[in-house]
Design a protein. Sequence first.
Length: 377
Amino acid sequence: MNTSSALFLGLLSLMLIPTATEAMTREEIDGFLGKLGADNQYDPSKGINWSVLPGPFYTPELKLGLGTAVAGVYRVDPHDRVTQNSSLSLTGFVSTSGALGLGMKNYTFFTGDEWRLFIDGSLAKIPTGFWGIGYDAAQGNEQKYTQQSFSLHPQIMRQVVDNLYAGVGWDFSNYKADNIDDPHPGDNFSSYNAGGSTLSSGVTATINYDSRDVITRPQHGQFFSAEYSVFDPAFGSDTHFTALQLQYNYYLPLSDQDVLAFDLWGRFTRGDVPWDRLSQAGDDNRMRGYYQGRYRDKDVVSTQVEYRKKLNWRHGYVLWVGAGALGDSPHNLSDNPLLPTIGAGYRFEVKPDMNIRLDLGFGKESTGFYFQVAEAF
């Protein structure tokens, strides 16, 4: 399960607090949430408008713990009424199993949206499992270990023409597998020369076409991204390898309250790829419902269609269906059965165009809960 999945019960418990009292009105609930910053209002003169949503959680993997989601909305120029809002989302948790983690995602738009700065980052220590590489390996038994990881991926982009952006960035990660259960010559880690510590550092080049109205909750438009990354010892990486990530999204508004969203995604790696930087099927954005890291190989593609419905007040829901495939090369993607995914999610608007999402996804013999800020794609 993804590290942020455990926060599902945390937000659920928070949302049940005000609804447990039948006498509470919407205004009273708004007042309660307003104390946490989740007032569905934005005032650019106040700098970053924060929303804080804490709560307890429990999962079999992480045990009892406390999680928090923090969402911030801001504008670099408070007087800019044209550029979409910038956003900063933070998630974190600590549990009795010894697991803890922090995640960060930032979208900054400035100079009339001529420049964009995007940053992804995470820091985690999590008891988890490794099955091996490839579809067949994922059907076997997992080998438990403790993940210690740090990742950072900043990108700066410049508008070339309307809706078209070009940029460069840096992709860095340090991954260590500790406390491997009963290591021996025939175990998963030894079979794939995995385990230990890996450091990957590379430069990225990106081309984006983006006609979406807003990134955090698109209602219409299209998005295409091609990102090519080169990792090499010259940049501090342990090995030389490349990664090409392609993404296409289309958003069809059916009405003012209904949107049909389409996602097609693929990641293709070549060279001496570390086991932790192989393409993976399953996270909190795509192939929801799969244990993150169970299905991994050089190449992964996935697609999904999501129906998004805005209800009254600040509520909404989504329904999705999708599928994915993996292999060691593009022409081998069809050699293994498709991995299906289906699910439903609840949405609650904490700031304009900023939802907290709670998703329940079902995959092949697995289920996952996800709690995140902004839409999955």
